[in-house]
Design a protein around this ligand. Sequence first.
Ligand SMILES: [Zn+2]
Ligand SMILES: [Zn+2]
Length: 497
Amino acid sequence: MPPSQASERILQKPYSFSMQECGWREPRRALSTKRPGGPDKHKDRVGWNNHFERSIALCYDNYDFISPMEEDSRSQSWKAYDITFYNQENARLTKEIINSESHTISIALECMVYGNFKEEFKKMDIEKKKNLILEGLYRGCCLAPCENSRDLCPEMTVEGLIGDGEYNFPNLLKKLIDHDPTNHAGNLYLFEHPYIEHELRHTEAAPAELKAFLYMKILLRTYVIVAVLFETLQAHLGNAPTPITPLRPMGNTKEQKKTTQKLKEQQKKSNFHTDRSQTKEEFAQMVASCYTCYRIQERKTLKRCSKCNLVWYCSSACQATDWPQHKKTCGKKSFDPKMFAPMPANHSAQFIGCPDVVPGFVRTPALKRQIWYLSKPDSQERDYHFNVAPTRTRSLIVHPPRQITFLVARRRAMASGSVTAVHKMYTILRSQNHELYGITLDQIRGQFELEYGLKITPDTLRSADEWAPPTAQELEEEEDYLQQRHASARADYYRRR
Ligand SMILES: [Zn+2]
Ligand SMILES: [Zn+2]
């Protein structure tokens, strides 16, 4: 769903959210928004987490709605930066979220489709569950790093994630998987936030800065949730922490620093403060990376976009690559979530060979995973991927002259789930049995059955003879895709050397 639609949906959603459902046990205390310094997160994870949960509880259990347009210092933080900054931040966050969501969806699909994660999780004893979630929270929030934005995530609590409410761990994963990452229209999933929705609903006449600021909160929160989901799954699989793209705020301009300073003083006076010691340290290392290629470099060697001063690049080449996307937000004084959506042009290159879905056909999670796999840059030269063990995938290439027919069958199958097309793919692979590189016919059959929700038996094979030869257009487009794939694989090869 494109961000614009998502925020529309957020606006329409009725205001309902149950803290109990999220597993809140903390007694409701006196009104306070203060969060004093807490235990060392690296040494005392339980303490760190409890501290955080208490702070979130205080914030939400006593939530009193303050319109951000009122003259109240608690709600004026959106005035700290100007609209161009928020737009650029939102563009960057959108880019990073799409990236981390695709990783998370891929591994969640593996665990839920090829593994039996939901059941495994249910059967786990409570202590094990708690430890797993705690590890995920710690890795996702502290290593990503996005700890402070956890304040925006009332459902990210240990009790809530292990409980059996709508926002428990498997259900949050499911929300992400059910959103189709391969959908051409846009591949960003936003986790809704009832309070921010509430604010958004009351800010229709608000300045663009405020709208962009609230939208940024939704993005930040989605970033945290995805990071935690990803790291929890990694911990479950016994993998070492591999933080997904770290969150990198842009360089601060002098003006921005001044406004932040002013704001801090204002907050001090009004007895409201947040712990910024951590972000400072993170800030120092975060700015030194190229916006396009993420190459880490000394900040002074990076070049800045001279128009907006907000994005940094390692080279003119990287700046040129990013310009078609960046120009949509560079210096823009208005706010529209649509402008953060990825470029359609990049998109078609990213999803080589993947057709739009025919209305009425619902892709299974397994099929989405296949398409996601095929769309990865390093898999451009492959024709299909097969899961040969719980977390092991093998890929194969169909050799000419059958390759084109296979690709036409693949596109038909992926677009509509055509039974004939699936059987065509199967018979082509069966006929080149000796070139399957260790993938068995049973594995191929099993995977097709899972992906397309059908059965392949000797009977169905006989009855699926209605294969219509590829049309001229299909052939032309697939030839074209093949050439693009080869070019991109070649470019990749030279880049790696
Ligand atoms: Zn670069
Ligand atoms: Zn710019």
